[in-house]
Design a protein around this ligand. Structure first.
Ligand code: PEP
Ligand code: MG
Length: 757
């Protein structure tokens, strides 16, 4: 059974479009269950019907024509209840709806199971039989298992059609929505540029060739190079491997000939595709065909095709020297966006970001927020490689991407963009006013930085200091570990720009979702693995080099603070302090007049929450990293879009932990700040201020919004709100109570533009 399941899923996975996928399903399932009918009905939300999309056993002419309204017939009932229905005789069921065109009157036994993807019912998979008999338990279990596995493939195939502007039944569609999670608020409308990892045939986006003749010539040059490689390999292996095996290279070389694969690629280029896309298309078609063959020898040939075409792709990518042209409104799309990909696009042209993987708390999203670029993360069903050059709307408020936008929708979103710009302009008058409540309680607003551009923007927004400089950001943009001198120059820039305001530098925090290209960390469970201080204490040479660079950079400025990430126990703090003191001593001996800076600990792990008091005794200040603290308290991977809806800093457990940290730090007389993303959410900021945080550190784009809210509320009202929400049991209730309080304070216009989960 398991083998059959696997084989069906594999074949469906290899299908090139929705039509072929559903045809394979009905054919294979009918065979596997040895039944007379297998059909698939899919929901077409444009016409609000379940359409018969494929069938083996019902009349062919009914396929694509017959449909049932929502809730109609047994199919409608299966979809409505999201549960299987298994009947000995369907015709006697009150919901039975006879469809004359299908010829189904001959079939009595009926088993229908819902096809469910991310909690929504995409359609129904049905098997039918002449005999009056219930399908047995194992048949029902088989169909349920299969349907669960196929749901993702069907969703993907549907989405691919939707990008081309077609609903499942072929109707023209516009305003097709793909759901993800908000990465950075705001709206952008622009042209997609797909960025993709190299040397991977399945990730090449569809793109038009600029000059067809040139593209063909370029392709031919590349296949000639591969042919030469083959000949060379053939010669080099003489005497080392059997002659039959050496023949393989001849076979490869022939496959590239004009009469074979090479020709198919050229034909596709002539149809307008760029060479990489044409090669990927032809390769994937052949691989799919070979993989579908039941003969193990032939299906193995798929590997040869992949290997050969990957070699050609390597040269196509290596030799391509064209520089990317960026559209004025570029929306960068990738399966997995990385901070380095952002750096390639000129800032003035980068309007929006979309990543299929990752979530709102991934570091690339944090970077996007600090740059103020609307971003949607975790759009898992987006067939991104079909999107190149297409126009999309990025709705960073709702976490949605809309393809094929209609004029009407585009106009609506243009208005939102204008409102957004006006709101930001309106806030500018607050820049030089202090961040204090209506009853004069003062809170410090700090900023989180990573790049020099953040620094300039932050000063412009009236930031009072840097609460978190993510030092790993310049490391991410480098090709090797930066030297002490290089680091010192970068740190000096930040310290000088802000002096005499405080600059809190965090020691290198790599691992988790931040791996350096030149220092890869590959682990099964990276967020519970070698991260932050754990890495740097194991590599004291990296740690001390960084500390020395920070201390040297601070000479004469006196505004440096150093902060330690991912602290789990007192030992780590003692070891780090020992190394910092040693570096300081050495620099003094070298004749530099370096002041010993205040040192702080980040509270990011539940263990550290319970030990805040003892940790506070060892250092000068405490800073909460609520992004990680939320992830670890709730056991929700901050990068995983599947569980993004569970990630909430308003969860009562998170709020209790935060209050606990503040109390312990205050008992030890140590200042306490917070530098996670929740500090930049105006509603959350009110609660954090009421808890007693001395400073809130956030991305520059959030500064004035938070200031506006704090200036419009009294400390007393904020404390009342805090008392109220600390009695609540549920994150949604807390969020609503906070929203209501902001509404009553007359600042609800800021809500939409800045909320975290
Ligand atoms: C945090 O975890 O809250 C934090 C500020 O650090 P980062 O987001 O860089 O992990
Ligand atoms: Mg962290």
């Amino acid at each position: 059974m398991l083998e059959r399941l696997r084989s069906i899923v594999q074949k469906v996975n290899a299908a090139k479009d929705l039509k072929s996928a559903v045809d394979i399903i009905v054919r294979r399932v009918r065979e596997a269950l040895n039944t007379q009918v297998c059909s698939i009905y899919l929901l077409d939300s444009d016409i609000n019907c379940h359409v018969l999309m494929a069938s083996e056993g019902l009349k062919k002419e009914a396929v694509g024509h017959v449909s049932l309204e929502i809730g109609e017939g047994l199919v409608g009932l299966v979809a409505k209840n999201a549960e299987p229905i298994n009947l000995r005789d369907a015709s006697v069921h009150p919901n039975y709806h006879y469809l004359k065109e299908t010829g189904e009157e001959d079939f009595h036994a009926f088993l229908g199971v819902p096809i469910i993807h991310h909690r929504s019912v995409l359609g129904v998979l049905v098997v039918q039989h002449e005999e009056r008999r219930r399908f047995d338990e194992s048949e029902e279990a088989f169909l349920i298992t299969l349907s669960a596995q196929l749901a993702g493939v069907i969703a993907h195939a549907e989405a691919t059609g939707a990008i081309a502007g077609l609903s499942p039944s072929g109707h023209k569609t516009s305003d097709v929505i793909f759901h993800g999670v908000s990465g950075s608020s705001g709206v952008a409308i622009g042209q997609v540029l797909v960025v993709f990892p190299h040397a991977n045939l399945s990730k090449i986006p569809d793109r038009r060739a600029k000059d067809i003749d040139k593209e063909i010539k370029f392709f031919n040059t590349c296949i000639n190079t591969v042919r030469e490689d083959m000949r060379e390999l053939h010669a080099r292996l003489a005497g080392h491997v059997a002659e039959e095996e050496r023949q393989l290279f001849d076979v490869y070389a022939h496959m590239l000939d004009d009469s074979a694969l090479g020709n198919e690629v050229v034909v596709r280029i002539k149809m307008g595709s760029w060479a990489q896309g044409a090669l990927a298309y032809v390769a994937n078609e052949h691989v799919r065909n070979f993989e579908q063959m039941n003969d193990p020898y032939l299906s193995e040939r798929a590997i040869d095709i992949k290997d050969l075409c990957s070699r050609v792709l390597f040269y196509l990518q290596e030799k391509e020297s064209v520089t990317t042209e960026y559209h004025d409104n570029t929306v960068l799309v990738s399966e997995e966006l990385t901070p380095a990909m952002l750096a390639d696009v000129p800032k003035s042209k980068l309007k929006g970001l979309i990543s299929v993987k990752g979530s709102g708390n991934s570091h690339v999203a944090i970077l996007a927020r600090s740059m103020g670029i609307p971003t949607v993360m975790g759009v898992v069903d987006l067939p991104y490689n079909q999107l190149d050059n297409k126009e999309v709307i990025v709705d960073g408020y709702k976490g949605e991407v809309i393809s094929n936008p209609s004029d009407q929708l585009r106009k609506r979103y243009m208005c939102t963009i204008q409102e957004q710009d006006q709101l930001i302009k309106g806030l500018e008058e607050l820049k030089d006013l202090p961040c204090e409540t209506a009853d004069k309680h003062r809170v410090h607003l700090w900023v989180n930085t990573g790049l020099m551009t953040d620094v300039i923007q932050s000063l412009d927004q009236g930031a009072e200091g840097i609460g978190l400089f993510r030092t790993e950001v310049p490391f991410l943009f480098s090709e090797r570990f930066p030297t002490e001198q290089e680091q010192s120059t970068i740190y000096r820039e930040q310290l000088e720009a802000f002096a005499p305001k405080v600059v809190t530098m965090r020691t290198l925090d790599i691992g988790g979702d931040k791996s350096l290209p030149y220092f890869p960390i590959e682990e099964e469970n990276p967020f519970l693995g070698w991260r932050g201080i754990r890495v740097t204490l194991d590599h004291p040479e990296i740690f001390t080099c960084q500390i020395r660079a920070m201390l040297r950079a601070s000479v004469g400025l006196e505004n440096l603070q150093i902060m330690l990430p991912m602290i789990c126990n007192v030992d780590e703090v003692s070891s780090a302090l020992r190394l910092i003191k040693k570096s300081h001593r050495e620099l003094i001996q070298e004749g530099l007049e370096v002041t010993y800076p205040p040192i702080g600990v980040m509270i990011e792990l539940p263990a550290a929450v319970y030990q805040t008091r003892v940790l506070a005794r060892m250092v000068d200040f405490i800073s909460v990293g609520s992004n990680d603290l939320t992830q670890y308290l709730l056991a929700v991977d901050r990068n995983n879009p599947r569980v993004a809806n569970l990630y909430s800093s308003f969860h009562p457990a998170v709020l209790i932990a935060l209050q606990n940290v503040v109390t312990q730090a205050q008992d030890e007389g140590k200042p306490v700040s917070i530098c996670g993303e929740m500090a930049g959410d105006p509603g959350a900021a009110v609660l954090l201020m009421a808890m007693g945080f001395d400073a809130l550190s956030m991305n520059a784009a959030a500064l004035l919004k938070v200031k506006s809210v704090i200036r419009s509320i009294t400390l007393e009202a904020a404390q009342d709100l805090l008392d109220q929400v600390m009695q609540m049991e549920d994150a949604h209730m807390i969020r609503s109570a906070v929203d209501l309080a902001l509404y009553n304070a007359g600042v609800d216009r800021l809500l939409r533009s800045s909320r975290t989960n």
